[in-house]
Write a protein that binds this ligand. Structure first.
Ligand code: ZN
Length: 283
């Protein structure tokens, strides 16, 4: 499972229209099967297609973070059934993108409540996405269920203007959504308020939390040290973007090489974010 494969090669996201409508569709090749992996004693992750899904079973029901694409919902529910017979009660979305919120409508139909940041819900409305949540928050939302606590926190702009980090205090773990991906290049969705200027400052705030384990938006489960390194990576990438933009925005993406950072030549979603990042860095 690797970010570039599942999020860039297998799935193409295009920006359609001035309003920033995101349309996602699968390419023709078969999608990878979803698998569930144990992260800690009380936390699992479902990997495969789309964004990583965190699963915390409790005695009163299941707390889930993100729900991939719409067509993944049955498989997500089936994987959860292998670890608990309790229903999904809450789904916390890290942000609005369709590879993290696609299963929302199915989760609502299964009587789960969806929670995401106010900005992210507004982005879903703009993008005409289905599965809109009933509940939002501006700063923080805590969920207490079956003796477990989960915290959704908005810490600032980065991948979009509505990314929440989901913290599992007792597990010393957090799910970053696409504020952190590995080993992919950072995709800055400037059409939805993303900021390459603020991104590493937002991660610095994430690092104030007490944790050891990081579930990235895409890619293998990582450690706090990997997130520390990501701050420097973002600064390096930003400097290269700025230099490339100086030679003209139109073909700036072609002049950005991220191979030495383990990110190939960028490409795909990263490239799509470049004009917007140039614009932001010129201000
Ligand atoms: Zn995303």
């Amino acid at each position: 499972m690797a970010f570039p494969k599942c999020a860039i090669t297998r799935v193409t996201l295009i920006l359609a229209g001035a309003a920033g409508l995101w349309v996602a569709w699968a390419q023709q090749q078969p999608r990878p099967a979803l698998t569930i992996e144990k992260v800690t004693e009380n936390l699992w992750v479902i990997v495969g297609n789309g964004g990583n899904v965190a699963v915390m079973p409790t005695s009163e029901g299941v707390i889930v973070v993100d729900d991939k694409f719409a067509e993944d919902a049955p498989a997500i529910l089936a994987r959860i059934k292998t670890i608990t017979d309790k229903p999904v009660r809450y789904v916390l979305n890290t942000h609005h993108h369709g590879d993290h919120t696609g299963g929302n409508a199915a989760m609502l139909a299964a009587n789960a409540e969806i929670i995401l940041s106010r900005n992210a819900r507004a982005n879903m409305v703009t993008g005409n996405q289905s599965g809109l949540p009933h509940l939002t928050f501006s700063d923080e939302q805590q969920v207490f269920l079956g003796g477990k606590q989960v915290v959704a926190k908005y810490l600032g702009r980065g991948h979009t203007n509505g990314d929440a980090v989901i913290y599992f205090p007792a597990e010393r773990a957090l799910h970053t959504g696409d504020l952190f991906v590995t080993p992919g290049a950072p995709f800055c969705d400037t059409a939805n308020g993303g900021s390459i200027k603020d991104w590493d400052a937002t991660i610095q705030k994430v690092l104030q939390y007490d944790f050891d384990i990081v579930i990235p938006g895409h890619g293998p489960v990582s450690k706090k040290a990997d997130l520390v390194k990501w701050v420097q990576t973002l600064a390096t990438v930003r400097a290269r973007i700025k230099a490339a933009c100086a030679g003209g925005v139109g073909d700036a993406a072609k002049r950005i090489d991220l191979k030495d950072l383990g990110m190939g030549a960028g490409g795909g979603l990263f490239d799509r974010g470049v004009p917007g990042m140039c614009q932001e860095l010129a201000q």
